[in-house]
Design a protein around this ligand. Structure first.
Ligand code: ADP
Ligand code: MG
Length: 714
């Protein structure tokens, strides 16, 4: 079946494709069949034609219609990768970038990392032969730092644009500028090449040229950039207007009816309600997999355990039910598990964050369980504090979620809230750029040479207050000079590190304090959700296990202790000349015995080696403070001074920067000790304002180590 071979452009032998072996022929046939049956397959020619005709195109199509997996292949076959140019596809989520890249590589019959690859923060699986590159939107922004015209790309597909993540929004503004700059460069080229009358450049464009200030790199030949915005939301107006009335095409989806069920009243414990619903479906409904929407890793893992326990209590004949988790920090070798079909006669229960809402489409789902909640960033521009909160979904999200049940046949969606509540939901989610700390964005823009951040061409402008607040934050972090220009080297170095500015700065500070080794571990461990594993039935044992790592100084040093203990375990295995597999096994065993979440630990170890690579490249000095934890705590204070808090007479804390009242989260090792003065890393709002990841500091260190912030106030 040489489906593509006849149309495949010649690539001068720049890369080799690994074709499927005979044994895989059946699977390959099946995949080709699946591809041909997708709604988008029938409009391949039309879409390629539209892309040829329009520099900017908006493609709207229901989730599962084949946008993400098929369009890049259509364009590749349509000749958009000639001259070694690359088709870039951005995703708001890491997991989506990875799983979709794997799928497309398989569909093309090539090894991942060759023709098809992906690149996400801390993981690059591409090569010089990569022509279809999936990546996170944040990663492309980072690439723009090194290559402002994004010159290696012929097409950028901004996927999942309806999600309106902060990176997507910034990217849209940036791409608009790149398009203008690149088309100008082409015109200039054309002008130089054909200085004869009747050339193709119009007067209008020439006029534009002479009035604008953006300059393309001299002498470099760059062709115009095609920008394609893909969205699952039917409303393309906003995108179209932003791109000067860009054309939108709609792809007819295929959606079967989905029956919606509500609970009679609000459910006090939605995890419990979800558990009951799963087993009700399993007991009473026909075949088909179940998709459950949860808010995060911790919740997914606890429901996973509850389901597994309950399965054991079922009579053996009806036990055919198993769980697969999917969330962004899931190690990548486990991410593809959700796509594996359930064995005949059994039922798969997928426990997912809202990643399964539109980003990844999992076949086989007939039932959706939706508690109606999502974890979101929330920002208070007055205090400058960002926090994670669990909020009700929007109506649009609820509809997307229920739609997952009707992809392959009629389905059912169980909303774990009362019908009257649905009417109260917001129509659509507020774009993230309006509810997050903008320090990261502002730093990136500054590094991209956009000095007037307030004047940047945002699709939706964040509040002036929020921008000013982040400028102020970057100033006290030393990333900006007094006249709000990017500082060199500190600001430039911070922008290069793929971390939030406050963490990027902490690494730079740590190299000066000679405890970068400890800080690297800390930052890596802070980047994962839950290192400690506390099963409900073994809370005492888990607590005892944690004690062996606990530091009286706080959570940061405790995390360093865990990481180092795991390193010791790994080194022992390596010394015993164990094979890779056995090393892995013994680490898992160690995690199990010590009540450590092995998935999270592995993720943190990955992140650690990646950031270590970055700081080494930057030439920072990686040294350890040894046993001198006083030094490390001083470094933590110097790094996280913006998040310092003082104890109040009633045992709660006042955050110094915002005057907000907060409480130590029960999971902190300092929950009982309640020291006078602390720094913290995370604010979680539930029924309380909880802070997490806390270290005891001396209040006098603040004016000493952060005089730019504290001296003026005292
Ligand atoms: P869209 O982007 O329009 O939502 P996709 O291109 O992501 O659609 O998905 C198209 C089809 O490919 C879906 O039916 C989905 O089930 C299938 N698919 C995507 N990834 C995989 C995978 N890893 N394994 C099996 N099927 C997949
Ligand atoms: Mg998609």
């Amino acid at each position: 079946d040489g489906e593509n071979s006849s149309q495949k452009p010649q690539l001068n032998g720049k890369f080799t494709e690994k074709h499927f072996r005979d044994g895989d022929l059946a699977r390959r046939k099946l995949i080709q069949q699946q591809r041909k049956s997708l709604p988008i397959a029938s409009v391949e020619r039309r879409i390629v034609e539209e892309v040829r005709k329009n520099d900017t195109l908006i493609i709207v199509g229901e989730t599962g219609s084949g946008k993400t997996t098929q369009l890049p292949q259509f364009l590749f076959n349509g000749g958009f990768c000639l001259d070694g140019k690359v088709i870039g596809v951005t995703q708001p989520r890491r997991v989506a970038a990875v799983t979709v890249a794997k799928r497309v590589a398989e569909e093309c019959g090539v090894q991942l990392g060759h023709k098809v690859g992906y690149s996400i923060r801390f993981e690059d699986v591409t090569s010089s032969s990569t022509r279809i590159k999936f990546m996170t939107d944040g990663l492309l922004l980072r690439e723009a730092l090194l290559d402002p015209l994004l010159s290696k790309y012929s097409v950028i597909i901004v996927d999942e644009a309806h999600e309106r993540t902060v990176h997507t929004d910034v990217l849209l503004g940036l791409l608009k500028g790149v398009q203008i700059a690149r088309s100008r460069s082409t015109i200039q080229q054309t002008n130089l090449n054909k200085l004869k009358p009747g050339g193709e450049t119009s007067d209008k464009k020439d006029e534009f040229l002479s009035t604008s200030s953006l300059k393309p790199c001299q002498g470099e030949k760059v062709s115009p950039l095609k920008v394609i915005i893909m969205s699952a939301s039917l409303d393309a107006r906003g995108f179209s207007e932003f791109f000067g009335g860009a054309r939108a095409v709609h792809i007819q989806g295929r959606q079967y009816p989905v029956d919606i069920f509500y609970t009679f009243q609000a459910e006090p414990d939605y995890l419990d309600a979800a558990l009951i619903t799963i087993f009700q479906i399993h007991g009473e409904e026909g075949p088909g997999d179940i998709l459950v929407f949860l808010t995060g890793q911790e919740e997914i893992e606890s429901l996973e355990r509850l389901v597994q326990e309950k399965v054991k209590q079922l009579p053996e004949a009806s036990q055919k039910i198993f769980t697969v988790p999917i969330y962004s920090a899931l190690p990548s070798d486990q991410q593809m598990q959700v796509f594996k079909p359930a064995p005949p006669g059994s039922r798969k229960v997928i426990l997912a964050t809202n990643i399964a809402e539109t980003s990844v489409t999992i076949p086989g789902i007939r039932y959706v369980v939706d508690p109606g909640l999502v974890k979101a960033r929330s920002y208070n521009p007055v205090t400058g504090m960002e926090s994670l909160i669990i909020i009700p979904t929007s109506k649009a999200q609820a509809l997307q979620r229920s739609g997952r049940a009707g992809r392959e046949g009629p389905g059912k969606c169980f909303r774990l809230y009362a019908e009257t509540e649905f009417g109260k939901l917001m129509d659509a989610t507020v774009p993230e750029i309006k509810r997050c700390n903008l320090s990261n964005v502002v730093l990136q823009l500054k590094a991209l040479g956009v000095d007037d951040v307030l004047g940047f061409d945002f699709m939706e402008k964040p509040s002036r207050m929020a921008i000013l607040k982040s400028l102020e934050q970057l100033l006290v972090l030393g990333a900006l000079t007094d006249d709000y220009k990017l500082s060199d080297p500190v600001g430039r170095q911070m922008a290069r590190l793929p971390l939030d500015p406050i963490y990027a700065k902490s690494l730079i500070v740590a190299s000066e304090f000679h405890c970068l080794e400890e800080m690297l571990i800390t930052v890596a461990m802070l980047s994962v959700e839950s290192i400690f594993y506390v099963p409900k039935e073994k809370q005492e044992e888990a607590r005892a296990a944690r004690k062996s790592f606990a530091s009286l100084e706080g959570d940061h040093i405790t995390l360093v202790n865990v990481f180092r203990a795991s390193t010791e375990c790994l080194e022992k295995s390596k010394k015993a000349n164990m094979k890779e597999k056995s090393i892995e096994k013994s680490l898992n065993k160690w995690c199990w015995e010590n009540f450590i979440n092995s998935r999270s630990l592995r993720h943190a170890r990955d992140v650690h080696s990646q950031i270590q690579g970055h700081v080494q490249q930057m030439g920072l000095l990686v040294s350890s403070c040894g046993d001198d934890m006083l030094q490390f705590r001083r470094c933590l204070a110097a790094s996280f001074f913006l998040n310092a808090a003082l104890k109040q007479p009633d045992g709660s804390y006042r955050a110094l920067a915002s005057s907000q009242m907060v409480q130590i989260h029960p999971s902190s090792v300092l929950f009982r000790a309640k020291p006078e003065c602390i720094i913290f890393n995370e604010l979680v709002r539930t029924n309380h304002n909880y802070i997490r990841n806390i270290t005891r500091i001396d209040p006098l260190w603040l004016p000493e180590l952060a005089p730019q912030y504290y001296a003026a106030q005292n």
